[in-house]
Design a protein around this ligand. Structure first.
Ligand code: GLU
Length: 426
């Protein structure tokens, strides 16, 4: 889905990352040398590339790939197509990927990329040419054992298929069939994994289920609302439905809707596919952004862009739990306010890690020429989430800290261990 301008404040996400990182580093007493290394990205690639538009004009686009760290494995992370993409946003998202993969204990590092483009302004054929030319410009900066892109905001399986095709066309024919893991989140027929499309949302819901179990909270009849009704938001709602949880509010590019009696996610998706907007959904009331952010419910799932729960909006948040489907939806000021209010936050690097975990499963299947069924993927994902929940909870107790800082500490402990074992070259 496409996010609207007003949902994206111009705060620097990378500042937020560094504040969170410093909090965790301070708390755990991270080795100062390793702290210096992890506070910086490793490589930052910026490409300007021309694309011929449908009308024959040429437009030059700016694309990014920031490789934050590959100590634990190949660089890994999505590609975002959005008008607000800039180097600081990509640096932030790349750093979060390093923490996310380390936290999930999968053998990847962290990277992120994207193009500064508003995809709604271009035809599908233009998006294809933009994607292919961007892939060509990245050249050997990506690779199946080096840096592996995936979907993120406004990119999807189709875009991954174009990246795959472009990348494979540029390498030796002997190498092609063993290089399909250059990108994950592919369509299943092109080497994608069962369950990858819904994986991020599935991970969010597994986190919520584990939180509910640990807090003896009954999800049947619980109320929740979702910001963003794209891949993560719409899948989260569809997966919450059979659990008996009631969706009471949704916000996206077209505005926000509210119905205390419940919104059926499947009906809403169908409505959106016909009308292109959320507003006007039968039985629901149109509300503004401030009203949306202060809906009284049990759970809030932000699944859109960064910097949504801030010093401005956090005071109005009226839920027990925030499960961060998006990357960076809560800024450091928002975090403090939520803590003071006693609102639990399952942090992004854990809550939305289902996407990259199933990307890892896809990568493994490609390397082994295997095809796992959906049940297998979901079972393995749930196991990872439950284990990680426990790891974070143990560290949280040990350091007497908040969920986010504890999650960051788990990641940093892993990274610190490997840095210490391997040492710094030369
Ligand atoms: N873009 C997703 C994320 O932020 C998925 C990344 C991936 O699968 O590599 O975690």
């Amino acid at each position: 889905m496409v996010m609207k301008e007003s949902m994206t404040k111009k705060q620097n996400l990378y500042d937020n990352v560094l504040i969170q990182f410093n909090n965790a580093a301070e708390k755990m007493g991270l080795d100062p040398h390793i702290r210096k290394i992890l506070a910086k990205t490793t490589n930052e690639i910026i490409v300007n590339f021309p694309v011929k538009m449908d009308d024959g004009n040429v437009q030059v686009f700016t694309g990014y790939r920031v490789q934050h760290n590959n100590t634990l494995g190949p660089y890994k992370g999505g590609l975002r197509y959005h008008q607000n993409v800039d180097i600081n946003m990509i640096r932030a998202l790349a750093s979060w990927m390093t923490w996310k993969t380390a936290l999930a204990d999968i053998p990847f590092g962290g990277a992120k990329g994207g193009i500064q483009v508003d995809p709604t302004k271009y035809s599908q054929r233009e998006i294809e040419r933009i994607t292919r030319r961007f892939t060509y410009s990245l050249g050997s900066n990506i690779g199946p054992e080096y840096d592996i892109p995936a979907p993120d905001v406004n990119t999807n399986a189709q875009i991954m298929a174009w990246i795959l095709d472009t990348y494979l066309s540029g390498i030796h024919p002997q190498e092609r069939n063993r290089s399909v893991h250059v990108v994950t989140g592919k369509p299943v027929a092109s080497g994608g994994s069962q369950g990858r499309e819904k994986a991020t949302a599935q991970g969010v819901v597994f986190c919520i289920l584990e939180w509910a179990k640990r807090n003896k909270f009954d999800l049947n009849g619980a109320s929740y609302f979702v910001q963003g009704f794209g891949n993560v938001g719409s899948w989260a709602a569809r997966i919450m439905k059979p659990l008996g949880a009631k969706l009471v509010g949704v916000e996206d590019v077209s505005g926000a809707v509210y119905n205390p009696n419940g919104i059926d996610p499947d009906d809403l998706l169908e409505f959106m596919s016909k009308m292109g907007v959320l507003t006007g959904f039968p039985g629901s009331k149109k509300i503004d952004h401030t009203q949306f952010m202060s809906i009284k419910a049990d759970i809030f799932i932000p699944a859109a862009l960064g910097n949504q729960i801030t010093g401005e909006t956090a005071p109005g948040i009226d839920v027990k739990l925030v499960a961060e489907g998006a990357n960076g939806p809560t800024d450091p000021e928002g975090d403090i306010i939520l803590q003071e209010k006693g609102v639990e936050v399952i942090p992004d690097i854990f809550a939305n890690s289902g996407g990259v975990i199933v990307s890892y499963f896809e990568w493994l299947q490609n390397k082994r020429s295997e095809f796992w069924d959906l049940e297998d993927v979901d079972t393995k994902l749930r196991k990872k989430i439950v284990k990680t929940y426990k790891n974070i909870s143990d560290i949280r107790k040990q350091y007497n800290t908040d969920f986010r800082t504890a999650a960051n500490i788990v990641s940093l402990i892993r990274l610190e261990k490997v840095y210490k074992e391997r040492g710094i070259f030369p």
